[in-house]
Write a protein that binds this ligand. Structure first.
Ligand code: SAH
Length: 220
């Protein structure tokens, strides 16, 4: 398979899985066509890189289904001047999509080995507007607040309060909220009248583990 083959597969992925299901923001579609998804997963899985499902990336974690990445990104309504915080770097793929659409990306993962691998590939692809940190992302990144957009790519039992506190006025927080098995994609908007909630359908993510998330090892 050549890089041209992967590019063709990506374009098909965007048309059949993403645009066909109603994601229409042209900037989001262009970013999904541009970022080489296969480079963020183990090379043994490259032939499945554009499948309509999540894939394992090690440490019991997954890279999200392409459609979910596109949908959550569209919900963030990013402008090219925005500063974005991501909780759950994982493979680094979502961070690369964000970096195509915003001015600066801050991304946190609690697993140092995943973060190191993500940093390697993001550097190799030439991204210079992504800052990374190892730690509990449910606490946010207070030194860099406020953020115009925050995305959580792990399933949370509730919306972590530090994250809504670190959201700029007019800012959007997109987060899957629910139980261990299924969550609802939730968008929280900070307005002058307070927080406004919108719900966008079901999804299934690995757990957000931390002070304002699930307890490590806990069953529910
Ligand atoms: N956005 C990723 C997929 C994330 S998978 C991608 O594009 O590939 C979920 C990630 O959330 C895992 O890497 C997991 O280690 C991380 N995670 C779970 N709880 C966390 C927490 N409290 N803070 C930071 N990262 C967390």
């Amino acid at each position: 398979m050549t890089e041209d083959d992967y590019t063709a597969m990506r374009h098909r992925m965007v048309e059949t899985q993403i645009a066909a299901r109603g994601v229409s923001d042209p900037r989001v579609l262009a970013a999904m066509k541009k970022v080489p998804r296969h480079r963020f997963i183990p090379s043994t899985l490259w032939d499945q890189a554009h499948g309509d499902y999540p894939l394992p990336i090690g440490e019991d974690q997954t890279i999200s289904q392409p459609y979910i990445v596109a949908l959550m990104t569209e919900m963030l309504e990013l402008k090219d001047t925005d500063r974005v915080l991501e909780i759950g770097t994982g493979s680094g793929y979502q961070a690369a999509i964000l970096a195509e659409l915003a001015a600066q990306v801050y991304t946190i993962d609690r697993v140092a080995s995943l973060l190191a691998q993500a940093e390697r590939i993001l550097a190799k692809l030439g991204y210079t507007n992504i800052k990374t940190r190892v730690g509990d992302g449910t606490l946010g990144w207070p030194e860099e607040m406020p953020f115009e957009a925050i995305i959580v790519t792990a399933g949370a039992p509730q919306v972590p309060r530090p994250l809504t506190e670190q959201l700029a006025l007019g800012g959007r927080l997109v987060i899957p909220v629910g139980d261990r098995w299924s969550q609802t994609l939730t968008c929280v908007r900070k307005t002058t009248e307070g927080l406004k909630f919108e719900y966008h359908g079901g999804c299934r993510f690995v757990r957000l583990i931390g002070e304002h998330g699930w307890q490590e090892g806990g069953w529910l």
